[in-house]
Design a protein. Structure first.
Length: 314
């Protein structure tokens, strides 16, 4: 059996982690990934407190395996989510978009492992100082909210590896055993995968969104809206409106007005492809199938071992 610091920390079979993704990763996807031997994450950023409570309850009925909740620290009702997480004794929390010093020790006192998501070496060092149990370093290729510096996974992972000693998980652009192995060569001990799991039968992404991803080609995503929260999305009609606003030298207030509220839900959960925000990674250009989460986990792991073996023979 394969074992490293990540499988031991999370008590999982394979160091494959499904990213917490707003509107796409509810209990159904998280339990399918954990039951397949990876780590499933419930994305709490889009859930009202009662919805998170419901998803954790449903997860527990569907799986006895370890799981995590992803909590973006800018979430408006964060105290309520923290209460729910502690009440349900959620074993692992992945925090993002905020200061890791605020909640890490409070969660750890409840025996919860804390992992924080970063997009730069500077923040990785801060996380280690804050005492987190592991770090996810996410490169420029990743879908959804991301760093402003545009550091790619290939540049970011080895630099973070050199700067910190705690366990490191790579994210951004990973969808196969080959890309997973490449990240291990760079110093990662686990991978976090988003886009590939959006394209699973268990993800709660709307079918229209999944079909749009199947059609996506190279160059069809872009990281934009850096003045607000930088986000990588599919270039749909909403994206064209953003682009036109930039051409007209729109200021931050104008961009905020244009974004409005609830666009991510509209696009990814309700399937409004023109007006919604369709958050997905660069790797979407190469994903040409929708599979079960179990098939995805098994394919990635099998390919990882095969490629590792092939390279050892070189
Ligand atoms: P239900 O099975 O009762 O579904 C509630 C609604 O969400 C239905 O309209 C259902 O559509 C839709 N839905 C939920 N999950 C999926 C999925 N995997 N694929 C397709 N459609 C889905 O409740 P759940 O236990 O699934 O969810 C409980 C609550 O959580 C609901 O209020 C749901 O809206 C919400 N949710 C929130 C997410 C988020 O990121 N905030 C993610 C997933 C669900 P239909 O009736 O057509 O099947
Ligand atoms: P918006 O402000 O446009 O809309 C908020 C959405 O979140 C609505 O669709 C709303 O659902 C839902 N929601 C769930 N809980 C609450 C709550 N307590 N108060 C208000 N709205 C709630 O936000 P986005 O859709 O752009 O972003 C949603 C979430 O994504 C953010 O709240 C944040 O948690 C997360 N995020 C994460 C980042 C990161 O990790 N780097 C960066 C930026 C955002 P409804 O429409 O049903 O009211």
């Amino acid at each position: 059996m394969f074992q490293n610091r990540i499988t031991q920390l999370f008590q999982i079979e394979y160091p494959i982690i499904q990213a917490g993704m707003i509107w796409c990763s509810g209990w159904e996807l998280a339990s399918a990934v954990s039951n397949a031997g990876g780590l499933g994450i419930i994305g709490a950023g889009s859930m009202y407190p009662a919805v998170l409570d419901e998803h954790i309850t449903k997860y527990k009925k569907a799986s006895s395996k370890n799981f995590a909740v992803n909590l973006p620290l800018l979430y408006p009702d964060i105290e309520k989510h923290i209460e729910t997480i502690i009440k349900h004794q959620v074993p692992i929390v992945f925090t993002s978009a905020g200061n890791p010093k605020t909640w890490t020790s409070i969660l750890q006192k409840e025996n919860i492992k804390v992992v924080h998501v970063v997009s730069s070496v500077k923040f990785a060092v801060k996380c280690q100082e804050a005492g987190v149990d592991a770090i996810v370093a996410e490169g420029f290729e990743a879908g959804g909210h991301n760093g402003r510096e545009e550091t790619t996974t290939l540049c970011l992972i080895p630099a973070v590896r050199e700067a910190i000693q705690i366990p490191l998980i790579a994210a951004g652009g990973i969808s196969s055993g080959k890309s997973m192995l490449a990240c291990f060569a760079l110093g990662a001990e686990g991978v976090q995968i988003g886009s590939r799991f959006v394209m699973s039968s268990e993800s709660s992404a709307h079918e229209n969104f999944k079909q749009a991803i199947l059609q996506a080609n190279e160059g069809d995503t872009e990281l934009t809206l850096k003045e607000l929260t930088p986000v990588r999305l599919l270039k749909n009609e909403f994206y064209q409106q953003v682009k036109a606003a930039y051409q007209n030298h729109a200021d931050k207030t104008r961009l905020e007005e244009l974004l409005g509220r609830g666009r991510a839900k509209k696009g990814m959960f309700e399937g409004e492809l023109k007006e919604g925000e369709l958050e997905i990674g660069q790797v979407s250009a190469y994903i040409k199938s929708i599979k079960s989460a179990k098939e995805i986990v098994e394919e990635i792991w099998t390919e990882f071992l095969l490629e590792k073996n092939r390279l050892s023979l070189l």
